[in-house]
Design a protein around this ligand. Structure first.
Ligand code: DQA
Length: 147
């Protein structure tokens, strides 16, 4: 069974109470439970981790390369400026694994600084704007591509 590590970046641990008018009322724990259920429906082993620390995300991406895991990543604010995270993300497709960038909101429809993603250019693909369903669509895309 293929493994997908779902990586959530800074402030996503506050889902449920964080700006619910933008991010909705689903908590991070609920996103974890949903992602694991979607994964099991698709025949994928899904593990979800969240950190506010850029170094954790970089180290987890290295672990994915070493373990042969696919990645769904919501880099949160790091999306817009972290070249360290971009370089770590680039290692995953280069190793032959899928890396899908996801966002709950549609950053292109928000403030100007959110229109730039330094991650998109190295991702297999990007899914944005569908709330927690963005994670489901990303897992479906990975399941279809590795079938
Ligand atoms: C986000 C969008 C980012 O611009 C923002 O910094 C986040 C969440 C999203 O899921 O919509 O923290 O990645």
């Amino acid at each position: 069974m293929s493994t997908v590590l779902v990586i959530n970046g800074p402030n996503l641990g506050r889902l449920g109470s964080r700006e619910p008018e933008k991010y909705g009322s689903t908590t991070h724990d609920e996103v974890v439970a949903q992602a694991m259920q979607w994964g099991s429906d698709l025949g994928l082993e899904v593990v979800v981790r969240q950190s506010d620390d850029e170094a954790d995300l970089v180290h987890w991406l290295h672990e994915c390369v070493d373990q042969g895991w696919h990645v769904v990543i919501n880099p949160a604010a790091f999306t817009h400026y972290s070249y360290a995270l971009r370089d770590a993300c680039a290692l995953v497709p280069s190793a032959g694994q899928q890396l899908v960038e996801v966002h709950l909101t549609n950053p292109a429809a928000r403030e100007e600084f959110r229109h730039t993603s330094v991650i998109s250019g190295v991702a297999t693909g990007t899914i944005a704007g569908f709330g927690p369903d963005s994670y489901r669509l990303a897992l479906e895309a990975i399941a279809a591509r590795i079938d």
